[in-house]
Design a protein around this ligand. Structure first.
Ligand code: DGJ
Length: 721
């Protein structure tokens, strides 16, 4: 959420009537959102779709007459009987508001980025709403949010406060959602939206996205598909409770309302206080989700995620190799393994801290961020130094927003935890969420990173975990304002994230929440990547990675080779992880010499190709939901290099396998096709291996990369001559 300190001028007396033909045009290279100030001086959505080529025709758009209620920011109590974007109870108990146009301005904030600000005000109450729309021309992304303020005599209560509202008119609407559970994140499913409402929301507070991810696709007229059809793709940048409401009304319009979930969060807004909603970010495509995905990826790398254009570190993590069972000696050996493997960094996971309550399992010690002397007598400095001597960087795991009741911190500050007084406490993973609405707690949480960095300036990376939702909903700090808990908590989390970024702007950080429980684009402003799932079975990962990568660039999606699913070969496991931000979480000593050699070669290949994989344009070619095969590829913007991944999951022997048609190449260029990442001594049986084809051939005829072998994979390097 933006922390706006601006106070909107008191616009109550300034409401002006402008020409009933006044249009506000919010455009990208391919999209137009046209708002109209109608003759009743209210603002309506007049058009949303492909960019209109003839500006003079904007005058002839007929939608948005006074009674045609597609109001840009509808308030409860008006003539629109469907779900409003905004609901207020004034200080005198009145529950209606009408928002009238006051003024608007458009500014170019940087080349290719324009911001439109529209001021609205009630004419009976001093209530102002400012709508923001930022458009990214090349990336075809628009984001929108609102600021709400008032100058009434006493606080008002706002009970709905959407970031934005969009309307569509089509014959049919199909929603694809991304939902699941721990270890089953971002599973895609599609349903038709018929009359009434479908809601996707979260009430989990911290680990907000573990059951439903804050992402959706809408297929207009037909289900969203990869390469054809009109689609809307949208997401909310909010690390707390979110809500999307999809409502088909009596005229078969679709209304999409996105914002914070107001569940248990009626907000008491003081006079002069500005309530800023999080950003709702969306794109439209006329040619399916593939293009919309690339819009999101380009925008995220160019403008949103921390160090979006920068490099990423390969790593060896010790979590699945050791769990809590390690000492200095074991870690030194793992660092040695990391160096031999050729990765950039060793990442020490959970279990390195706690003395009075040693963190030997997940039941104690969390929040006592002092190194466990019995386990690691040399402390973190010794580990950082040892890693350096071995030739790798050193990163460390923390979970600073949480506390085990069995900890020194809890003994000292029981009131820092979110916990119901006088009731039985419910624990998830034996821990509680710290109360991030409390500034003292924010200082403590910031201090966890700051103290480690001050002691160890060479620390190269943090993995920031968050393993519990908010349970026992009561903030000792907020006292009688419990209805502010979910919002103030999330604001508190952002205060800390911001401080860390200000102090350590280039520190790479992984956002983790038992896997993908936190994966929204606001959090990713402060994190270079996130951990997609604790499920690293490569078969499950193909679906999870397919889901998340519909929105999130793979550069921000961490994937590690582990021991989960032994029936899959090391090559299959590696090839799956190599599609994302690559790492290992495995005891390499348990591998055969040949397997270790393969892993070293894979790391080498990845380092050589990571510019193409991480910064290239991603094409989702074959969906794992459509059969027993899946394929994706990445192409450099200049189309001189591409990497193709092909996976056979559980095909049947008698299945016919079709060639995969590539995308994103230059039809006129000639390309060499070469299968890489083969096990030592194995040569490729790909018919096209080491042959030369035009881009045209590869995109129209394709390559026969699939087989009928179970859990079989191929990585193919494609190089323009
Ligand atoms: C949950 C994470 O997802 C794992 O990778 C690991 O860091 C554990 N927490 C440690 O407790």
């Amino acid at each position: 959420m933006k922390k706006a300190v601006i106070l909107l001028p008191f616009l109550f007396f300034l409401i002006t009537t402008i020409s009933s033909q006044a249009y506000i045009r919010i455009s990208t290279e391919k999209i137009d959102l046209i708002l109209k100030v109608s003759s009743n001086n209210r603002v309506y959505q007049s058009y949303l779709g492909s960019r209109l080529q003839h500006p003079e025709e904007l005058q002839t758009l007929t939608r948005a007459t006074d009674r045609d209620v597609w109001e840009a920011y509808p308030v409860s109590g008006g003539e629109d009987f469907f779900e409003p974007a905004f609901a207020i109870r004034h200080h005198d108990g009145n529950m209606t508001s009408f928002l009238y146009y006051v003024s608007h301005e458009v500014r170019q904030t940087e080349p290719g980025v324009a911001e439109t600000i529209i001021d609205l005000a009630d004419n009976r109450y001093p209530v102002n709403v400012r709508l923001h729309y930022v458009s990214y021309a090349k990336e075809n992304i628009i984001k929108t949010w609102s600021e709400i303020t008032h100058q009434e005599k006493k606080p008002v209560t706002i009970s709905q406060y959407a970031s934005g509202m969009l309307y569509f008119q089509a014959n049919r609407y199909y929603l694809t959602e991304f939902s699941g559970n721990w270890a089953q994140e971002a599973q895609m499913s599609t349903q038709e939206l018929l009359f009434g409402k479908k809601v996707i929301d979260s009430k989990l507070g911290t680990r907000a996205a573990i059951q439903a991810n804050p992402y959706f696709q809408i297929g207009l007229d037909q289900p969203a598909s990869l390469n054809q059809g009109k689609v809307l793709m949208g997401t909310l940048g909010w690390t707390g409770n979110f809500r999307f409401t999809f409502e088909v009304d009596n005229k078969r319009n679709l209304r999409v309302i996105s914002g914070i979930n107001p569940y248990a969060s009626d907000y008491l807004l003081k006079p002069g206080e500005v309530f800023t909603t999080p950003e709702f970010i969306f794109t439209l495509s006329e040619t399916g989700t593939g293009e919309a995905t690339r819009n999101f990826h380009a925008w995220a790398r160019n403008y949103q995620i921390k160090d979006g254009k920068g490099d990423r570190l390969t790593l060896l993590n010790n979590w699945e190799a050791t769990f809590f069972d390690f000492d200095e000696n074991k870690l030194e050996n793992l660092m040695q393994e990391a160096a031999q493997l050729g990765v950039d960094m060793f990442l020490l996971d959970d279990g390195w801290f706690g003395n009075k309550y040693p963190r030997v399992d997940d039941r104690a010690g969390l929040s006592d961020w002092e190194v466990m002397k019995s386990k690691l007598p040399g402390g973190v400095p010794y580990l950082v130094k040892t890693a350096k001597e071995k030739g790798v960087k050193f990163g460390i795991w923390i979970e600073p927003e949480m506390v085990n009741p069995q900890s020194e911190l809890f003994e000292k500050h029981p009131d820092w935890a979110i916990r119901l007084p006088g009731r039985e406490t419910y624990y998830e993973r034996s821990q509680l969420a710290l109360d991030m609405s409390n500034p003292e707690v924010q200082d403590f949480v910031f201090g966890v990173v700051d103290n480690l960095m001050k002691e160890n300036p060479d620390l190269a990376y943090f993995k920031w975990d968050c393993n519990s939702p908010i349970t026992n909903i009561y903030s000792p700090y907020l006292k009688e304002k419990q209805n502010h808990l979910y919002i103030e908590h999330t604001r508190g989390v952002y205060n800390v994230f911001k401080r860390i970024k200000e102090n350590y702007p280039h520190l790479p950080m992984m956002l983790c929440s038992s896997g993908g429980g936190r994966c929204d684009f606001e959090a990713l402003k402060y994190f270079t990547e996130f951990w997609c799932s604790d499920n690293t079975d490569p078969v499950a990962r193909l679906y999870i990675q397919w889901g998340f990568s519909q929105f999130i660039p793979v550069k921000a999606m961490a994937a590690h080779v582990t021991e989960q699913n032994h029936t899959a070969s090391i090559k299959f496991r590696t090839d799956v992880a190599m599609m994302c931000k690559f790492g290992f979480d495995i005891d390499l000593n348990k591998l055969t010499g040949e397997e270790r050699e393969f892993c070293r070669m894979a790391v080498n290949n990845y380092h050589r190709l990571k510019k193409t994989i991480l910064d290239g344009e991603m094409y989702h070619l074959v969906s794992p939901y459509e059969g027993d095969h899946t394929s994706v590829m990445f192409t450099t913007p200049g189309k001189e290099k591409a990497v193709l991944y092909a996976y056979d999951i559980f095909p049947k022997r008698e299945d016919s396998v079709l060639p995969v048609k590539l995308q994103g190449l230059d039809p006129a260029k000639k390309y060499k096709v070469e299968e890489i990442n083969l096990m030592p001594g194995v040569s490729s049986n790909l018919k096209a291996n080491n042959r030369i084809f035009s881009g045209d051939y590869l995109m129209k005829i394709g390559l026969e990369v699939f087989t009928t072998q179970r859990m079989h994979s191929r990585i193919i390097e494609i190089t323009a001559l």
